[in-house]
Design a protein around this ligand. Structure first.
Ligand SMILES: [Zn+2]
Length: 495
């Protein structure tokens, strides 16, 4: 079979005012920048990406891959309409030229443009109009997809990651490839079911390493094994003010009654878990710091504070200074803060050289919540060009580009800064500079959950802090205007 393969991914934090332009899709950080044409067949291979997993399994099964285009940008504000039109036009033109028998797309599922709330639904609708009602159009989704009825109607088959930290991007693409023959056999109208969960789940509470998500994903796989129905469970991406924000369950199979029953069973379990999601509310910043140092006093490994609200993986700027300022004011010792997105400070550190002392202002031009300028005198401990190989289950073995990077020391607080915005999903983002993680009692990471994949085994424990940032932990205080009615904004809430 001739299969057209491509991708277009963005997780949009609609509360970030800055529009996301084309340049953001061209940056190579932990994943490749915009790629079009035959390069896709080689460039994507080393990466933990759905498209690489899909192509690997599909080629082994004897299918021919027809490359389209692929692009990804770090989560940020609404995608410019012009960017959506450009990427969509590339995909549609290349599908038309390729004359495929099936289409695979690597999508996120929470992309919003300046004027389109459900960008993936719109893209899938355009693809469906182009290829007609009978061609299989299959797609992978991020676990944080805000899945819509339109996406389910227009695609033949959707399959979402089942891990957060996302260690299964590639496996998800492999799973789509393995299900493709069944999708083909089901024909133009496969049995499917879709349910939206009537309460919101915070990012940190959606971690699949902890309950209730761990048990829900185990149940999902047990139901699949028992029934032969394919299931996805997406907790959704809450920092999106759109009608369809929230958790969903999707099922596909040969028989409608079996699909309905499987989806109802998983949905009932998600409904029963509602109260358990409340266990993971972030602590106020001062309380989180106090808890972390109290635990560290009796620990042999560092305690990690997750600065979840400034997570660049959820649209955070990765420059807020709340926790850093509190640590410096408290004269904290043996403490590390990573990663701050500070290209200008990195450039100054590189100009001054290792061992130099420089005066810096963090968040100098910041305008978002918590981006309070903070002046400090810092010693340059080490410098790098920010190019190294990732560690851990998410990006292990992959080339990473952090841009010019620096390890700075301000009294007892060390800070690692980079020039390509990304979260510390891999320890290599700091260890490549010579930083010894075990030298610290407390480590602040600008990440919600992804850090757990590579850091948690090296830490005593994790405290989630609510310090100012663009990705609010408490969904109950997110100022939604477009969210559909009758959704509980916080688990168990009366609204
Ligand atoms: Zn995600």
């Amino acid at each position: 079979m001739r299969i057209a393969c491509g991708g277009f991914m963005h997780e949009t934090n609609t509360f970030v005012p800055e529009v996301t332009g084309w340049d953001r899709f061209c940056i190579t950080g932990a994943w490749p920048g915009f790629t079009r044409g035959p390069d896709i067949l080689s460039r994507m291979r080393p990466f933990n990406l759905a498209i690489s997993g899909f192509m690997g399994i599909a080629e082994t099964a004897g299918h021919q891959m027809l490359p389209l285009s692929w692009s990804f940008a770090q989560p940020s504000g609404p995608v410019a309409d012009s960017v959506f039109e450009r990427a969509s036009a590339y995909l549609l033109a290349d599908i038309a030229d390729a004359a495929p028998e099936a289409v695979f797309l690597e999508l996120h599922g929470a992309m919003t443009t300046e004027t389109i709330e459900d960008a993936e639904g719109e893209l899938l609708a355009r693809v469906r109009r182009l290829v007609g009602p009978d061609m299989p159009v299959v797609a992978s989704l991020d676990l944080h997809a805000n899945v819509t009825q339109k996406m389910v109607d227009c695609a033949s088959f959707l399959s979402a990651y089942r891990t957060y930290p996302h260690v299964d991007w590639k496996q998800t693409g492999e799973r789509v490839a393995r299900w493709l023959p069944r999708v083909q056999a089901w024909g133009a109208k496969p049995a499917r079911a879709f349910r939206q969960i009537p309460y919101l789940i915070s990012l940190a509470a959606g971690c699949s390493l902890i309950e209730p998500m761990r048990g829900l994903y185990a149940l999902l796989e047990a139901i699949e094994t028992e029934t032969g129905v394919h299931l996805s469970l997406c907790p959704g991406f809450p920092s999106a003010d759109i009608y369809d924000t929230g958790a969903t369950v999707i099922g596909y199979g040969a028989d409608q009654a079996a699909v309905d029953a499987a989806v109802e069973r998983l949905t009932a379990a998600v409904m029963a878990a509602e109260a358990a999601f409340l266990e993971h509310r972030a602590k106020p910043a001062a309380e989180a710091i106090g808890t972390a140092f109290a635990r560290a006093a009796g620990a042999t490994k560092p305690v990690i504070i997750a600065d979840t609200q400034d997570n660049p993986g959820a649209g955070g700027a990765s420059i807020t200074t709340g926790l850093l300022a509190a640590l410096l004011a408290a004269k904290a010792q043996r403490t590390l803060v990573a990663l701050l997105f500070e290209p200008a400070i990195a450039a100054a550190a590189h100009a001054a050289g290792t061992g130099a002392t420089i005066d810096v202002i963090f968040a100098r031009d910041g305008t978002g919540p918590g981006e309070v300028p903070l002046a400090a005198r810092a010693q340059v401990m080490a410098l790098s060009d920010g190019r190294f190989v990732g560690t851990g289950p998410m990006v292990g073995g992959q080339p990473i580009n952090l841009g010019p990077a620096a390890w700075l020391r301000i009294g007892g607080v060390d800070v690692v800064i980079g020039s390509v915005r990304q979260q510390p999903h891999s320890r290599a983002l700091v260890t490549h500079l010579g930083v010894d993680i075990q030298a610290y009692q407390v480590i602040v990471l600008k990440s919600s959950v992804h850090f757990r994949g590579d850091w948690q085994a090296h830490a005593d424990s994790v405290v989630v802090a609510a310090s100012p940032g663009a990705a609010l932990d408490d969904t109950g205080i997110i100022p939604y205007g477009k969210l559909r009615p009758n959704v509980r904004r916080r688990p168990m809430a009366n609204n």
